[in-house]
Design a protein around this ligand. Structure first.
Ligand code: SAH
Length: 242
C-alpha cells in the first residue's frame, strides 16, 4: 500500500508540472495576427486616435493572448469581449481613448483600477511608465497571475484590493485610470492624484457613463471635462473572494 503511494506521488507531481508547462507556454503571435493588429491600429486612427505612442503600444500588444481561445479569431475586431468572473476586456478604441487622455510621460507613476484581463495594463506598460493596477475579483487576479506574457513587464505591479481605496502607501500618482463605471468620482483616488496630475474616470450607473477627464492644478484645484458617453461594467465596493 505504502509503495503504491510512493509510486503515485511522483507521477502526481509530474502531472502538475506538465499541466503547468502547457498552460504557461507563450502563445504564438504569427503574421496573420500581426497583420490583423496593424489593421486594428488603422481602424483606431480612422476613429480619431492621434497619439502615435498609443497607436504603437496597441500595435505591440498581442490582444489575442488575453482572450479566451473561443474568441481568439475576433481578437482584432474593435469590440469588448467576456473574460473570467463575468468581466470584460475593454474595446480597443476605449483602451486607446482612455490612454490618450492620460497624456503619459515616460516614468509617470500610474494607478489603474480594474486590471481585468491585464490588456490595458500591458498597453500602458508599453509606454514606459510604472503601473500599479488593482483588481477586486480574486479569481481574476489569480488567473492573470499565471499569465506568461505579463511577466515581460517588470514595470507592472498588481494588487488584489478595492479600487475605491486606491493604494495610499504608493501615492501620489501622476495619472489615475479607472476602467470600470464608477458611481461617483472616488474621493480617496482624487486625494491620491498628484498636483498637476490627470485622472480619467467613466462616471455613471447601469452601463451608461460619461467619460470624465479630471485635472488637478498645482494649487490642488480640480477641473472636470466631459469626454463623451461610454459603457463599462460597474465599479463595485469591496473585494470579492468567491
Ligand atoms: N482594464 C481591463 C478592463 C476590465 S473590466 C482590461 O483591459 O481587461 C473592469 C474591471 O474592473 C473588472 O475586472 C472588475 O472586476 C474591476 N473592478 C470593478 N470594481 C472594482 C474595484 N472597486 N476595484 C478594483 N477593480 C474593480
Amino acid at each position: 500500500m505504502a509503495s503504491l503511494f510512493l509510486i503515485k506521488l511522483p507521477l502526481f507531481w509530474l502531472y502538475i508540472y506538465l499541466w503547468d508547462m502547457l498552460h504557461s507556454k507563450p502563445k504564438e503571435d504569427n503574421y496573420l495576427q500581426k497583420g490583423l493588429r496593424k489593421q486594428l491600429v488603422q481602424i483606431l486612427k480612422d476613429k480619431g486616435i492621434k497619439d502615435e505612442r498609443v497607436l504603437a503600444a496597441i500595435g505591440a500588444v498581442p490582444r489575442h493572448f488575453f482572450l479566451d481561445p473561443a474568441f481568439e479569431r475576433q481578437a482584432y475586431e474593435d469590440r469588448a469581449f467576456p473574460i473570467t468572473a463575468g468581466q470584460t476586456i475593454s474595446q480597443p478604441y476605449t483602451v486607446a481613448f482612455q490612454t490618450q487622455m492620460l497624456e503619459l510621460k515616460k516614468f509617470d507613476k500610474v494607478l489603474e483600477v480594474g486590471t481585468g484581463s491585464g490588456y490595458q495594463a500591458c498597453v500602458l506598460a508599453e509606454m514606459g511608465i510604472t503601473l500599479f493596477t488593482i483588481e477586486r475579483q480574486k479569481a481574476l487576479y489569480d488567473y492573470v497571475g499565471q499569465f506568461f506574457f505579463l511577466k515581460k513587464y517588470a514595470n507592472i505591479k498588481r494588487f488584489y484590493g478595492d479600487g475605491f481605496e486606491g493604494l495610499p502607501s504608493f501615492a501620489p500618482f501622476d495619472k489615475i485610470l479607472i476602467t470600470c463605471g464608477a458611481p461617483f468620482i472616488p474621493p480617496k483616488l482624487l486625494e491620491q492624484l498628484k498636483p498637476g496630475g490627470i485622472m480619467v474616470v467613466p462616471v455613471g450607473e447601469d452601463g451608461k457613463q460619461k467619460m470624465l477627464r479630471i485635472t488637478k492644478d498645482m494649487e490642488g484645484n480640480v477641473k472636470e471635462e466631459d469626454m463623451g458617453d461610454f459603457s463599462f461594467v460597474p465599479m463595485l465596493q469591496g473585494k470579492n473572494n468567491t
